[in-house]
Design a binder for this molecule. Structure first.
Ligand SMILES: [Zn+2]
Length: 350
């Protein structure tokens, strides 16, 4: 056990000992099962630790009325489409989206802002790694297109998602004209919450499908690491939204890579992937954000801005892979001269 782990365990236990006292002071706590209360204590402990480590904001107070999730680690029972929860007399019926595979570890019930309840089931199961392939791909984020792959493929955001985002903008403008807390204001607010939820579902669906396909097709994926401190402060809304969904996309790629035995390589976001010529390495300082296509003044290569950037990312990622020991995919280590510059298409590892 590491030192940090041991430490976190003792603080949580200290808080847990206070629970009986809390129950006396706040009798409503007795309505819940004690394991869930302990779980909440664990979450609080983690939230404070993250705050003191400087990686999260100060924990928000969650009132009894606004609590939106509860974790039940023990003494629950799932049978068919019913779940029995401790301290509740009757089992609760739910709609099963998919069959539960593997050993159930714990369940969490969450409530969305629009009042829908979800039952999340945590399971332990073995997953077969995908068969090996020799393809590597680099992905670059865009503002106009969602992302570009080094294979030359450009991926657009689905139309229905763009439509929903446009609609949200319109509703938010309407909201700013309404009198705060008036009936119309509240009604519109509810509508906006619903739309937010819809957008989140549409975006997650799109990102899950895309990341699954990319991880399935490639042995390693190279991305820009936007998850760097200070990058969160972005004044341009469009950029902010794009970054947020990019971060989520990288998260999805990361956990799917781990799940299926693939590698994910992150490249420093300050690496000037757009400005470098992927053929000769010349840095074009004059390149503007509006230039979608450009010609290298040194070697005369004609570039599509996004594809050129992915080819540079690919090169940088492969160099990193060779340099850094202990990356996610050591079987990819002996890569030599794998990139054919200026050629769109996944390079071979052989
Ligand atoms: Zn050039």
């Amino acid at each position: 056990m590491t030192r940090q782990k041991a430490k976190s365990g003792t603080t949580t236990n200290k808080y847990k000992k206070l629970l009986p006292k809390f129950k006396e002071e706040f009798p409503f706590l007795k309505e819940a099962n004690s394991q869930s209360l302990q779980e909440a204590v664990k979450w609080l402990d983690r939230a404070f630790k993250n705050f003191f480590r400087g990686i999260a904001k100060f924990p928000n107070f969650k009132s009894k009325k606004r609590t939106n999730s509860v974790s039940i680690p023990q003494h629950f029972c799932i049978e068919g489409n019913r779940v029995k929860i401790p301290k509740l007399k009757k089992p609760i019926r739910f709609i099963k989206h998919r069959e539960i595979e593997g050993k159930v570890k714990s369940i969490t019930i969450t409530k969305t802002p629009t009042g829908k309840f979800y039952l999340n089931v945590l399971v332990d199961r073995e997953i077969e790694p995908l068969p090996k392939t020799d393809k590597i791909v680099a992905i670059d984020v865009g503002l106009t297109t969602f992302c570009t792959l080094s294979s030359g493929e450009k991926i657009e955001k689905p139309k229905h998602l763009i439509e929903s985002e446009k609609k949200l903008k319109k509703l938010q403008r309407q909201l700013s004209r309404k009198q705060v807390r008036s009936n119309r204001f509240i009604k519109l607010k509810r509508k906006i919450a619903k739309l937010h939820e819809r957008i989140r579902n549409q975006r997650d669906d799109f990102l899950h499908k895309l990341s699954k396909r990319i991880i399935g097709d490639n042995q390693a994926v190279i991305v820009e690491d936007l998850n760097v401190k200070g990058m969160l402060k972005n004044s341009r809304l469009a950029k902010h939204i794009a970054d947020a969904s990019w971060r989520k996309f990288v998260q999805f790629l990361e956990y799917k890579a781990k799940l299926y035995g693939r590698g994910l390589i992150k490249v420093d976001p300050f690496y000037p992937s757009s400005k470098l010529c992927s053929r000769c390495g010349h840095k074009n300082e004059e390149l503007k954000l509006s230039d979608r296509k450009w010609t290298c003044p040194k070697c005369g290569a004609e570039h599509d801005r996004d594809i050129n950037a992915t080819l540079n990312l690919l090169k940088e990622g492969l160099t990193r892979l060779k340099r850094v020991v202990g990356v996610d995919c050591p079987e990819l280590m002996p890569v030599e001269g794998a990139v054919a510059p200026c050629e769109a298409g996944s390079p071979s590892l052989k």
